[in-house]
Design a protein around this ligand. Structure first.
Ligand SMILES: [Cu+2]
Length: 254
């Protein structure tokens, strides 16, 4: 009976079919009751500013074992680099940077454009991403391999769905904010991505050159956080002036 209740809750929450029976973690019981929606925050383009910076990596880059995908003929048959610590010329990619404190009270407009996750070369592209609560999450399989995408949430409904190469995109949404929510593939244990589900649009992911930018911020003082799956978390206070760009460079170490 309890299982049925959980299943019903899951169906209501995600509004779609639970695609697969392999559910290794329980769905959280504590679905919060809907609250009245707070007023949408209006950003004045005449004063909005930005935060921009670069994430450096200082020290020896850990040598991570390459990924052996040869068990599946639909995957690359040569060793592939790990995506856990991507450092190029001292710059660290895949750092999720977000405004943790200082934003105006209220809700923020949710983009109708989806965040797209591709399964390509038997890895997730991108490896780290942000998405707003309620924003469509579009999952593609552009490989010739079968994939099985499985989220591992602490604060959102769980799903676990097979996607064959010819299948149409899977569309999901997330109902609650959650940092570094892992995605994994039941077919390919090396596949891993992290989704950051945000209540606002003030986040970015450092690129291959370590750079990131967060735009359209009202002037103010903010607490900025940078988080990496292996190298931890850094916090910084920044002040954004009207029409200004606050500099925020981070340094991570092994
Ligand atoms: Cu896979």
């Amino acid at each position: 009976m309890n299982e049925m209740k959980k299943l019903g809750l899951s169906l209501i929450l995600i509004g779609s079919i639970l695609g697969c029976s392999q559910r290794s973690q329980p769905i959280p019981e504590s679905a919060s009751t809907p609250q009245p929606k707070p007023a949408t925050v209006a950003i004045d383009p005449a004063t909005a500013g930005s935060i921009a910076g670069v994430v450096d990596f200082k020290g020896a880059v850990p040598k991570l074992p390459s990924l052996d995908m040869t068990a599946d003929p639909g995957c690359p048959q040569k060793p592939q680099p790990s995506d856990t610590a991507v450092v190029n010329k001292g710059k660290l990619a895949n750092v999720f940077v977000y405004v943790k404190e200082g934003l105006p009270q209220g809700s923020f407009a949710v983009p109708s454009d989806p965040v797209v996750l591709d399964q390509k070369g038997c890895r997730y592209i991108p490896h780290v991403m942000g998405i707003m609560v309620g924003q469509p999450f579009k999952i593609l399989n552009t490989d010739t391999a079968d994939h099985n995408i499985h989220n591992m949430p602490r604060n959102n409904p769980q799903w676990n769905e097979t996607q064959f190469p010819t299948d149409k995109p899977i569309i999901k949404t997330f109902t609650n904010p959650e940092m570094m929510l892992p995605l994994q593939c039941n077919q390919h244990p090396w596949m891993r991505a992290y989704v950051n589900v945000m209540p606002n649009p003030y986040y970015a992911v450092s690129g291959e050159d370590g750079s990131f930018a967060i735009n359209n911020l009202p002037p103010g003082e903010y607490t900025l956080v940078a988080v990496h799956e292996k190298f931890g978390e850094k916090t910084m206070k920044v002040k954004v002036d009207a029409k200004g760009t606050a500099k925020a460079d981070f340094v991570f170490t092994p």
